[in-house]
Design a protein around this ligand. Structure first.
Ligand SMILES: Nc1c(C(=O)O)ncn1[C@@H]1O[C@H](COP(=O)(O)O)[C@@H](O)[C@H]1O
Length: 178
């Protein structure tokens, strides 16, 4: 067992290794903020006892947030949320059929009392960023980095506006920030 002091703060789990191409964006977001995380396959359907143990032990192991991704009949995020007091962020992974609508609806419609914060279909990057924001509520340095990140987004969007206005130069109605 990892010591809580140096161990991962975020658990990124998924129903299968086939979810990783989608889920790795969550890990990349956490890397950008230098947040420690662990990655594993934990399937509610295929390894229910291990899944329950993972959820039950998560907070004692020092995790603060769980990001759970699954596709199809995606019961993993909700089942983890039912056995842990930690915030759970669900990522609907799109599969070959139904475009991820099945995954989305399986995750998002939780019964009252058992919340799962569901991001968009394949929205693993936002799951990582939301986990960072949750951790930032208790960490001033991380909060400052999140503000910087938001400013960068703002700068990029402003630049996009400039580019678009240049492209359509002469069309007077464009650009609220001229
Ligand atoms: N939805 C779940 C759960 C679960 O919710 O417990 N366990 C596996 N799966 C999903 O099955 C899909 C196909 O898995 P395989 O590629 O292993 O056949 C994956 O998207 C996985 O998340």
């Amino acid at each position: 067992m990892t010591s809580p002091a140096a161990g991962p703060l975020v658990g990124i789990v998924m129903g299968s290794d086939s979810d990783w191409p989608v889920m790795e964006a969550a890990a990349q977001a956490l890397d950008e903020f230098e947040i420690r995380y662990e990655v594993d396959v934990v399937s509610a359907h295929r390894m229910p006892r291990e899944m329950i143990a993972y959820g039950e032990q998560a907070d004692a192991r020092g995790l603060k947030v769980i990001i759970a991704g699954a596709g199809g009949a995606a019961h993993l995020p909700g089942m983890l949320a039912s056995v842990t007091p930690l915030p759970v962020i669900g990522v609907p992974v799109p599969l070959k059929y139904l475009d991820g609508m099945d995954s989305l609806l399986s995750i998002v419609q939780m019964p009252a009392g058992v919340p799962v914060a569901t991001v968009s279909v394949a929205g693993a990057r936002n799951a990582g960023l939301l986990a960072a924001r949750i951790l930032a509520t208790q960490d001033g340095e991380l909060l400052a980095r999140m503000r910087e990140f938001q400013q960068e987004l703002n700068d990029q969007a402003t630049e996009k506006g400039k580019r678009l206005r240049t492209k359509v130069a002469g069309a007077e109605s464009f650009g609220f920030g001229k």
